[in-house]
Design a protein around this ligand. Structure first.
Ligand code: FRU
Length: 546
C-alpha cells in the first residue's frame, strides 16, 4: 500500500472549512482505492489530465472511518499525473491511495455474504446485464454498474468475461459516462461485414449500442472495440437515435441489436414509452423506424427459436424487463404477436438479456437475468442469476418458453444423496444433515393426492408453496401440464443470499433473496397433508471463485 499524500499536492480552496479540494496524483499503480461512507452525501469528483476532464462521477468519500472501499482501475493512466477534484469534504481525499491490489483483495470473493456460484462484482452496484455476446471463445458480460458505491448511480458498463459462463474474470469498466450522459442498458454485435466502417482488415468491430441518459432525454449511442471489448471508442456523431419528441416521452431506451440474416440488415428493438419499437439499419449508424408493439417496458428482447428443436418450424419471442413474453412471427420489420403474454420466470429476476453471436453449431439461446438480491453488509450489491438456456416447447396450450440452467453449470454440482418414495416426515429427517448447508442444490418431486396445498420450506422461507386449488405457486398462477399425476417437480439452487427454483423442467421458474427466519428450527421442511416425496436428490455445490 502506498499512501498518496506522500506524493500529492493538496490545495485547499477554502482555508477554514475542509470543503472542495484538488489533489494531484502520479499514477504508478494499477488501482486507486477510495474510502466510502453511506452516511456522507454524494459529491462530484472529477479526474482531469492537463486541464482536460477525463471522468466525472458522484461519490460518498468517507471523511471519518470508511464503511467500505471501492476502487478505480487506472491502468489506462499509468505514468500520467491526474488531478482529482472533489466538491465535498476534503478529509476523505487524503485517505485515497494507490496500490496494485484493491482494498480487501485478500478476502475477495470469500466475503461472508458473497454469492458463491452466481456472478457478482468486486465492488459497487450492478443491475441489468448488457452487451451479452460470445466472441472468440469468450462470453462477455457487460452490466449496469456503479463502481463507486453499493447503490445505483454513475451508470457505466462494467465488464467480465468467461470461457464457460460459470467462472468469470472481471475487467476494467468498459464504458464510462461522458458529456452526453450516463451509460444505460444496451447490447453488442460483431460487425463481420464492416457495415459500420469501424473494423480493420481481419478485425471486425465489436459494436455496442446503448442508451445515453441525461436529465433532458434518453438517446441512443454506439461505440466500438477492436480488442475484444477491452477498450472502446465512442462514435463521434452520437446519438444515432433521438426520439423524445416523436414519443413525447423521455422513456426511450435499452437498444437490443441483432443481424437479420434473411434481409441482410441490422435490427434494433428499442423500448419507446409504451412498448417495443423496431428500427432497421444497413450500417448501425443510420436507423429507420419500422413498427411498434405496445405493452412492454424497458429492456427489450426479440429472438427466434425452433419449436421442439425443429429448425423448419420457428417462432419469435418478444419480452420486456419483467420477463413477460409474446410468441409470434417477425419479417425483419414487424413483429406479429400470435399468443401471450405469458410469463416464464418471476421474482428477483429483471432486465434479462440473451447472448448474440453464439456459433451456429451450438445454436443455444442463452439468457442472463439481473438478480435483484441484496447482499447485506457487503461492499457490493445485487448479482446475476444463473445463465439459462431458453427453448420453445409444445405444451397443451401451444408453444411456451422453458428456461433451465446452462449445461456448463453441471460442473458445479456433486451428487451427495438420493432417495425415492419417502414420506414427508422421513424426508425432513434425512435433510437434517444438511441444515447448515451454505450452498446446496436440491431436486425433488412431490405428489399431492391428499393435499390441496403443499410445499417445501427452508427455515420457514417458502421455496415451494404450491396451491392446487387456487392454481398458484408462491403466489403466481401456475397450472401444471399434467394435472392428473398430482406431481410437481422442482430443481432448487440455494446460494448464500439467493434461491432459484425451476419448476417442472423449466416451464416456470422464480428467484428470491434467501431470508431464513432466525427463530425457525425446522430447517428443510416438506409440508402438506400426506404428501409423498417421490424423489429427493442432494448436490454439494462448488464455489466458482476458487
Ligand atoms: C432497467 C433499467 C433500464 C436502464 C437501466 C439503468 O433496470 O431501468 O431501463 O437502461 O436500468 O440503469
Amino acid at each position: 500500500m502506498m499512501k498518496i499524500n506522500l506524493t500529492a499536492v493538496v490545495l485547499f480552496c477554502c482555508s477554514l472549512s475542509l470543503s472542495a479540494a484538488d489533489i494531484n496524483i502520479k499514477i504508478s499503480k494499477r488501482y486507486l482505492n477510495f474510502p466510502i461512507s453511506q452516511k456522507e452525501d454524494r459529491k462530484v469528483m472529477t479526474f482531469s489530465i492537463g486541464g482536460k476532464e477525463e471522468r466525472v462521477f458522484k461519490i460518498r468519500l468517507a471523511s471519518g472511518k470508511p464503511e467500505y472501499w471501492v476502487f478505480s482501475d487506472m491502468t489506462a493512466y499509468l505514468g500520467k499525473t491526474i488531478k482529482l477534484s472533489y466538491d465535498g469534504d476534503a478529509a476523505g481525499l487524503s485517505k485515497i491511495y494507490q496500490d496494485d491490489k484493491i482494498a480487501g483483495q485478500d478476502s475477495l470473493y470469500r466475503e461472508y455474504n458473497r454469492p458463491q456460484f452466481h456472478f457478482s462484482t468486486r465492488r459497487g452496484w450492478i443491475n441489468d446485464p448488457n452487451g451479452l455476446i460470445f466472441y472468440e471463445g469468450e462470453y462477455h458480460l457487460f452490466y449496469q454498474h456503479n463502481p463507486y458505491e453499493r447503490e445505483w448511480e454513475n451508470m457505466s458498463w462494467g465488464h467480465a468475461v468467461s470461457k464457460d459462463l460459470i467462472h468469470w474474470e472481471e475487467l476494467p469498466v468498459a464504458l464510462h459516462p461522458d458529456k452526453l450522459g450516463t451509460m444505460f442498458s444496451g447490447s453488442a454485435v460483431i460487425d463481420y461485414d464492416n457495415t459500420s466502417g469501424f473494423g480493420k482488415p481481419g478485425k471486425p468491430a465489436m459494436v455496442a449500442a446503448y442508451t445515453i441518459d441525461n436529465p433532458d432525454r434518453e438517446i441512443q449511442g454506439i461505440a466500438y472495440s477492436l480488442d475484444k471489448g477491452r477498450s472502446w471508442t465512442k462514435y463521434s456523431k452520437n446519438p444515432v437515435i433521438d426520439s423524445k419528441e416523436k414519443w413525447n416521452s423521455r422513456d426511450t431506451r435499452d437498444p437490443k441489436v441483432f443481424w437479420y440474416k434473411p434481409g441482410k440488415h441490422w435490427v434494433m428493438v428499442l423500448n419507446e414509452r409504451d412498448g417495443h419499437s423496431i428500427y432497421t439499419s444497413a450500417n448501425l449508424k443510420e436507423w429507420k423506424y419500422e413498427s411498434h408493439t405496445t405493452g412492454f417496458w424497458e429492456c427489450p428482447e426479440l429472438f427466434e427459436l425452433p419449436v421442439d428443436g425443429d429448425k423448419s418450424n420457428t417462432k419469435w419471442v418478444m419480452y420486456g424487463a419483467s420477463s413477460s413474453y409474446m410468441i409470434g412471427s417477425f419479417d425483419g420489420k414487424i413483429f406479429k404477436p400470435e399468443s401471450g403474454k405469458h410469463q416464464f420466470t418471476t421474482g428477483s429476476i429483471y432486465a434479462a438479456q440473451t447472448y448474440t453471436n453464439i456459433p451456429e453449431a451450438d445454436g443455444r439461446r442463452i439468457q442472463i437475468g439481473w438478480g435483484r438480491i441484496q447482499q447485506p453488509g457487503m461492499p457490493f450489491n445485487n448479482m446475476m442469476l444463473l445463465p439459462t438456456e431458453l427453448s420453445l416447447r409444445t405444451t397443451k396450450n401451444g408453444p411456451r418458453l422453458f428456461s433451465v440452467p446452462v449445461k456448463e453449470s453441471q460442473q458445479l454440482f456433486e451428487p451427495a444423496e438420493k432417495w425415492t418414495n419417502l414420506s414427508s416426515a422421513d424426508a425432513n429427517q434425512k435433510l437434517k444433515a444438511f441444515y447448515d448447508a451454505d450452498l446446496i442444490r436440491i431436486k425433488t418431486t412431490i405428489k399431492l393426492s391428499h393435499a390441496t396445498d403443499a410445499g417445501f420450506n427452508l427455515f420457514a422461507q417458502r421455496m415451494i408453496g404450491y396451491d392446487m386449488n387456487n392454481n398458484t405457486i408462491n403466489g403466481v398462477f401456475y397450472s401444471p401440464e399434467d394435472m392428473t399425476s398430482m406431481e410437481l417437480s422442482a430443481d432448487i439452487y440455494v446460494d448464500r443470499t439467493s434461491i432459484e427454483v425451476f419448476i417442472d423442467g423449466g416451464v416456470y421458474s422464480y428467484s428470491m433473496e434467501r431470508k431464513p427466519d432466525p427463530n425457525n428450527k425446522e430447517g428443510f421442511h416438506f409440508w402438506g397433508n400426506n404428501i409423498e416425496v417421490k424423489n429427493l436428490e442432494i448436490f454439494r455445490v462448488k464455489s466458482i471463485w476458487r
